[in-house]
Design a protein around this ligand. Structure first.
Ligand code: ES4
Ligand code: ZN
Length: 327
């Protein structure tokens, strides 16, 4: 229909996609065979059946197991190219990809292998698909701040290959302020800053992401609505929220898509965006997130579609000249 066509064709960015979460079961098995890695699942269907999550941690356990098949530069290239093709098909003009170096370096895969594969895919996507992109290095918050500093050291020779840093993995019990020093260092280095907060964690974690880490965007942030003062702060400073509706249902942040608060976030004047998070695990890529969410929430119509697309461009770290072209 006309709304679905608008949702697909309007120029938009994707700002919250973990590239390791785009690894489809078919590619997991292909890479396992290519690299001689043994998997705990007999076949693609058996693996897919394990994608029944009860919370963030139950997902992360399977997500890290899936990432274990990634070993060579070609693996990272193939994974990212598959995502870029799907993004272009969904009308994405610019994508900012999270990657988790510690998931790979802790298995003995060099940082250089990861960044070379992803960078070569970005260059190919720009050249062959006309797709703009950037990389955001995420620190795993269940590990120590010292480990994050070690990762930053390994990454610094590749400083020009990523635009910023983020914070992901298990939220509860790992508040943003645990990473105050490493984020301060990244800020001095001129890196852009984002953090997951208010997905499973309380509004207090959104406050400390803003006031201690000094992030420019909040990843998820849906629990911010529990705190009226926080909503006022986010609206006043136009801090973007990278919301991931299908993820929130799969990880039981909301029981049903019809319970999702995206409509309220927009009505409260927040700069919300729609994103896919881990599309291979959560039931679809960006367009699927848009069509299912718009179908479930009557408050979302064409005006909200335009607002979400414009928000995604405004909230991106792309150059101002590129943003002006897309709006
Ligand atoms: C993630 Cl949904 C989500 N939350 C936190 N960390 C993550 N890493 C990959 N997906
Ligand atoms: Zn995420």
């Amino acid at each position: 229909d006309a709304l679905a066509e608008l949702l697909r064709t309007m120029p938009k960015t994707e700002l919250h996609i973990h590239i390791e979460g785009s690894l489809e079961p078919e590619l997991i098995f292909e890479l396992a065979r290519r690299n001689g890695v043994a998997l705990a699942y007999p076949d693609v269907d058996g693996l897919r059946r394990a994608y029944a999550f009860t919370d963030l941690q139950s997902f992360l356990d399977i997500y890290y197991a899936g990432a274990s098949v990634l070993q060579t530069e070609a693996d990272f290239f193939d994974m990212a190219m598959a995502y870029f093709r799907r993004a272009v098909a969904d009308g994405v003009v610019h994508a900012e990809l999270f990657f988790d170096p510690q998931t790979h370096t802790d298995r003995g895969v060099p940082f250089e292998t990861v960044i070379r594969g992803l960078t070569r895919a970005r260059e190919t996507a720009q050249r062959e698909l006309g797709l703009s992109s950037a990389l955001i290095l995420c620190f795993l918050r269940h590990l120590s701040e010292e480990a994050a500093f070690e990762t930053l050291e390994e990454a610094l020779p590749w400083r020009d290959h990523f635009v910023g840093v983020g914070l992901d993995s298990s939220e509860r019990g790992h508040p943003p302020e645990k990473f105050a020093k490493v984020f301060a260092r990244c800020r001095e280095l001129g890196l852009r800053l984002v953090a997951h907060a208010g997905e499973e964690g309380p509004p207090a974690y959104v406050w400390s992401a803003l006031d201690v880490l000094k992030v420019e965007r909040i990843d998820h942030g849906v629990r911010a609505l529990e705190d009226a003062n926080l909503v006022q702060r986010l609206a006043r400073d136009r801090v973007p929220l990278t919301v991931c509706p299908l993820s929130n249902v799969k990880l039981r942040v909301f029981d049903r898509l019809s319970d999702h608060n995206l409509g309220q976030l927009l009505a409260s004047g927040l700069v919300a965006t729609v994103n896919s998070d881990d599309p291979a695990y959560f039931g679809g890529y960006l367009h699927q997130n848009f069509v299912e969410t718009f179908a479930a929430l009557p408050a979302l119509q064409a005006p909200q579609a335009y607002t979400l697309a414009r928000n995604s461009i405004e909230a991106s770290f792309a150059q101002a000249s590129a943003k002006a072209r897309w709006i």
